[in-house]
Design a protein around this ligand. Structure first.
Ligand code: ADP
Length: 439
């Protein structure tokens, strides 16, 4: 609905046209050429409209704010457009200052920030990103970032349509430094890449790992001496009345020294997995044969108490690191045996589907309360530190399992209910699965 103002203006314009035509007709009557004078009048009116339209077009495409003067309806059109132009200018100014403020605040961030368009080209980056990722202005603006950061996993990390996710990679400026990248998708397929220098954190982690490994290593020798003497004393006091009052304490000391030895061995194993696991050679691992031999060993060691059933897909192998995979399977198997009372049932499975390969150990032991499940793979985490069965463990078994699985891009699922038993399932991605024909 046109407003009162618009109606008034157009009424006036209609009046002008009618008056103009009437004046042309009167002049025509006076000179005896009515049609010609009316035609001339209409042409003059049209010419005036064209001139104003031309002026308006020029004004709209210029930077000039002040409009030209108009006549009739053009005056009103100019005024309205002038207001619109001014409003747009103010809005543009406000947006510009917001963008400036945003750029100034992100430029001050200690983390590197890179804005990427839908094609992975650099739109903008802050100073920290320039320093961390060796980016240069203006040469690198508009370049594909995957062409500038040549880490083997970077391109696939960037192309992954999933949300978030992190990538650790060596700094492009110094191989010894580590950069953590975080990809945040937004808007229309655009991405914000956040880069952080985590070299110091990595170095600290390294120092801690080295310290634990060195301390464990140093403790090994004195403990071996102690264990040797304790074993001798155990033998001496085993029979005969000599030193009989020391028999029980010496046996206890012997047991505790063996436990300390297991803890030290596990700590060393964990440190080895953490430090050099990824560098170890990968090969075809015949999981079926490996599990069969582990189960045979366990049957021999644990006696006939448990019923162990195996269900292994023939010819299904994995591409991985033999010693790490052996640690995973043996830890899960020995846990099932240790925590399931004698006469318990253990079901060991190895199978595959479209999603990958699976290894699972199910027992009908005491089960684990749901509150413990998220923390089970932490170092030294035990469900019940006082429970007799756990006395044999080191609390490091599942931490080793978790690390070894991470090195195989695999994950561990734990399904358990108190009183009903536990199922540990390792899921290996499909690209690690090898069928017999691939041998
Ligand atoms: P530990 O050397 O104490 O067995 P782990 O890291 O292997 O250490 O296991 C952590 C804890 O998880 C154990 O102390 C135990 O309480 C629990 N656990 C592991 N496996 C089982 C299982 N099959 N059934 C019940 N509890 C289990």
């Amino acid at each position: 609905m046109p407003s009162m103002g618009v109606r008034r203006v157009w009424r006036r314009e209609s009046l002008i046209i009618v008056t103009w035509l009437a004046v042309s007709a009167v002049v025509g009557l006076l000179v005896g050429r009515v049609l010609l004078c009316v035609l001339l009048g209409v042409s003059a009116y049209l010419a005036m409209q064209l001139i104003y339209a031309y002026q308006l077009h020029r004004w709209l495409t210029s930077d000039r704010i002040e409009p030209s003067d108009g006549f009739g309806v053009w005056q009103e059109i100019y005024t309205e457009l002038y207001r619109l132009k001014q409003r747009n200018r103010k809005r543009k100014k406000r947006l510009k200052s917001i963008v400036h403020e945003f750029q100034a605040s992100t430029a001050a961030l200690p983390d590197g920030a890179v804005v990427l368009d839908s094609q992975g080209r650099i739109v903008w980056f802050n100073q920290a990103a320039a320093a961390l990722l060796a980016l240069r202005t203006p040469q690198d603006l508009g370049q594909r970032i995957a062409n500038l950061l040549r880490h083997p996993h970077f391109a696939s990390y960037l192309a992954d349509p999933g949300d978030g996710g992190e990538l650790e990679m060596p700094s492009p400026l110094n191989e010894a430094d580590t950069i953590l990248l975080r990809r945040i998708p937004y808007g229309n397929n655009q991405r914000l890449l956040i880069a952080r220098d985590i070299s110091e954190q990595k170095r600290l982690e390294h120092t801690r790992r080295d310290f634990v490994a060195n301390a464990s290593h140093e403790l090994r020798t004195p403990l071996t001496v102690l264990r040797g003497y304790l074993e001798m004393m155990e033998e001496e006091t085993a029979d005969g009345a000599a030193l009989s009052s020391w028999r029980a304490p010496i046996r206890e000391m012997g047991e505790q020294s063996r436990r300390m030895n297991r803890i030290i061995e596990s700590l060393l194993k964990l440190a080895r997995v953490e430090a050099e696991g990824l560098q170890q050679r990968q090969e075809r691992v015949d999981v079926g044969a490996m599990v069969t031999s582990l189960v045979d060993d366990i049957r021999l060691a644990a006696g006939a108490g448990h019923t162990i059933v195996t269900d292994l897909e023939p010819g299904l192998s994995l591409y991985g690191r033999t010693s790490e995979l052996e640690s995973v399977f043996s830890n899960l198997l020995s846990n099932a045996v240790r925590y399931t009372p004698a006469e318990g049932h253990i079901h060991v499975r190895w199978w595959s589907d479209d999603e990958g390969a699976y290894f699972s150990v199910a027992d009908d032991g005491p089960g684990i309360d749901a509150v413990h499940l998220p923390r089970l793979t932490e170092r030294f985490y035990r469900v019940d530190a006082g429970r007799k069965a756990s006395a044999g463990g080191t609390g490091l078994g599942l931490a080793i399992v978790k690390h070894c699985l991470e090195h195989h891009d695999a994950d561990l699922r734990i399904d358990s209910r108190p009183g009903e038993g536990t199922v540990f399932t390792c899921h290996f991605p499909a690209q690690r699965r090898l069928s017999q024909r691939a041998a």
